[in-house]
Design a protein around this ligand. Structure first.
Ligand code: ADP
Ligand code: MG
Length: 250
């Protein structure tokens, strides 16, 4: 049975995609079989892996709208498997408006393809149907939080959504990890925010802090993971440490 984890935060730019990609790559390096799913119509994860979303025949869109099987939509990137996204995904909410059970389409798909060690879902920066599909399909949510001013702002909306899903659609859902991202030890503010996050979430916060690291921002431009682009960088070091923590928590 796969550990299926949604990386979720309706705020954009907090590090969801960077975390999904590089946790996935680290877990793969540590010998785990990994499937990444890009659930964002902006297809950042897809582009970060050097896959041209606009040239693809089949994507996660076809899973939602046509029930496409894994074999038709999965791409192998140096052993890391990914289901890419496309801009068309933005229309899925409207297209599926009348479809009963539309919140469970991803869950049904993943129930049929549960053969990976880890499946990571890169959620879009909204709490619409795509995120809802992620939240019904997983037991675990990781929330990346940027260690900046207003890090926790907007969290109550996310927590309310998670509670509502838990109550009505998926009793097993839980926030199991908080990832503090873009940490800069030189900034007093950043340390303060980490303390605030720890007060709020206790042991759910992973001990590893993902530091601000230029290589993490550069790697996507080359379609590479941090381990391909800069294996000796702080970014690579942090994501490897984080992924070991993830494995250890099992
Ligand atoms: P989200 O998916 O939540 O919108 P991203 O992962 O796309 O966030 O990150 C937003 C931007 O910040 C991207 O340009 C990314 O390269 C950059 N970024 C993310 N994490 C870091 C980090 N630890 N250090 C430096 N840049 C980062
Ligand atoms: Mg993203």
């Amino acid at each position: 049975m796969a550990n299926i984890i949604a990386l979720c935060n309706q705020k954009g730019g907090v590090g969801k995609t960077t975390c999904t990609l590089n946790i996935g790559a680290a877990l793969h390096q540590l010998g785990k079989s990994v499937l990444l799913i890009d659930l964002d119509p902006q297809a950042h994860l897809t582009y970060c892996l050097g896959i041209a979303a606009h040239e693809l025949d089949k994507t996660i869109y076809d899973v939602f709208t046509k029930g496409a099987p894994l074999s038709e939509v999965v791409i192998d990137k140096n052993g890391l498997r990914v289901i890419p996204s496309t801009l068309d995904l933005a229309g899925v909410e409207m297209e599926l408006a009348g479809v009963p059970g539309r919140e469970f389409l991803l869950k049904e798909f993943l129930d049929r393809h549960n053969t990976f060690d880890y499946i990571l879902l890169d959620c879009p920066p909204s709490l619409g149907l795509l995120t809802l599909n992620a939240l019904t399909a997983v037991r675990e949510i990781y929330i990346p939080l940027q260690t900046e001013f207003l890090a926790l702002k907007g969290m109550s909306k996310l927590l309310d959504t998670i509670e509502a899903v838990k109550k009505r659609l998926n009793k097993e859902l839980a926030i199991t990890g908080i990832i503090a991202t873009r940490f800069d030890a030189r900034k007093k503010l950043n340390k303060g925010i980490v303390d605030t996050i720890t007060e709020r979430f206790g042991k759910k916060r992973f001990k590893t802090l993902i530091r601000e690291n230029i290589s993490l921002a550069e790697a996507p431009g080359y379609g590479q993971t941090i381990f391909e682009y800069a294996p000796k960088s702080h970014g690579a070091e942090d994501f490897l440490a984080l992924s070991k923590e993830i494995i250890k928590r099992r």
